[in-house]
Design a protein around this ligand. Structure first.
Ligand code: NAD
Length: 287
């Protein structure tokens, strides 16, 4: 249902690859809410994915860009202003990729060249986008810029690997640039820390299905879906959240404030019993 929350607003949405992508759902909702925007992804992703299909659906021009390349970003941002007919009101950074994860490197055995790539793609690209926008004076006053994060920035979750470091950096960039851009142009910069979500990037994390099940059991409201994340992004792009900036906003059904839930405990105890030697009389429950 549309509330016209983004009527008259212009945006740039990074990272819609296929229908599962969080950015895909954000684009659909932004279109519904009356925004006009450009879509962007890497040239390879545009060839392999369905972004062009989404462009047709949302009446949005699709521009191939590597978000780590400053010249590409300069072209994207000036071209977007031309196409959309003015300065930009919202940006979604929905980009993540770790070649260390892809190559199955253990966190204690990271390849540092690959770590550079993880940080550049998943975090520093956020800084680059903001820096280029600022140089081109491309953002309207009260514009809203969002990155998508994960709780591995604060807590250790097995398998998340160097993406945890990338997310910590991403959240820090949101705070540091949020201060500067807020003072100068009233621009809001935030990250949304989303539940594990079945997407191409999410599925790349080792043990993802277990993680999804665990956080579903732990969260009183259950995991937040990609569509629900899109709803939150729309509110953050709207004028209803004008004084929210420099925040990492948990959108996770309550997971981030949980220690242990009954549903998770039940499953944990079952696991202990399953592992148990049939002849063992010991009560493992509270070992
Ligand atoms: N899926 C999850 O469980 C989950 C949870 C929390 C946060 N997030 C974050 O949400 C964001 C979106 O991921 P998703 O889950 O929708 O997966 P996705 O695979 O659909 O999206 C990731 C996107 O990053 C793009 N990308 C990779 N390298 C790029 C580059 N150099 N330049 C431009 N784009 C590039 C990919 O092409 C892809 O479109 C990521 O930041 C991810 O870390 C995901």
């Amino acid at each position: 249902m549309s509330h016209n929350l983004l009527k008259g607003k212009r945006g740039i949405i990074f990272g819609a690859l296929n229908e599962q992508s969080i950015a895909w759902k954000v684009a659909e909702r932004a279109h519904e809410e009356g925004a006009i925007f450009t879509l962007t992804n890497t040239p390879v992703a545009l060839r392999m994915g369905d972004t062009n299909k989404l462009g047709e659906k949302c009446n949005a021009e699709v521009i191939g860009v590597d978000a780590t390349n400053v010249e590409d970003l300069e072209m994207l941002i000036s071209r977007s202003m031309e196409i959309l007919g003015g300065k930009i009101d919202f940006i979604l950074h929905s980009i993540g990729m770790s070649p260390n994860v892809r190559k199955g490197k253990h966190y204690s055995e990271l390849d540092y060249n690959l770590l550079d790539k993880t940080l550049d793609v998943s975090a520093i690209s956020f800084h680059k986008i903001l820096q280029v926008c600022r140089k081109q004076d491309a953002l309207n006053r009260w514009a809203s810029v969002l990155g998508l994060s994960y709780i591995a920035a604060q807590r250790t979750l097995v398998g998340y690997n160097d993406m945890a470091d990338a997310k910590s950096l991403l959240e820090s960039i949101a705070r540091s640039f949020g201060y500067i851009y807020g003072r100068e142009r009233n621009v809001r910069v935030n990250t949304i820390s989303q539940s594990p979500t079945p997407t191409t990037a999410g599925g790349g994390i080792k043990g993802f299905d277990g993680l999804l099940d665990f956080s579903e059991r732990m969260s009183p409201l259950g995991n937040a879906t990609a569509a629900e994340c899109a709803d939150y992004c729309i509110v953050m792009f709207s004028d209803l959240t004008k004084k929210v900036t420099m925040q990492n906003l948990f959108h996770d059904g309550g997971f981030s404030n949980m220690g242990m839930s009954l549903r998770a405990m039940d499953q944990y105890n079952k696991g202990l019993c399953d592992d148990c030697d049939p002849d063992c009389n010991k009560d493992h429950k509270y070992d």
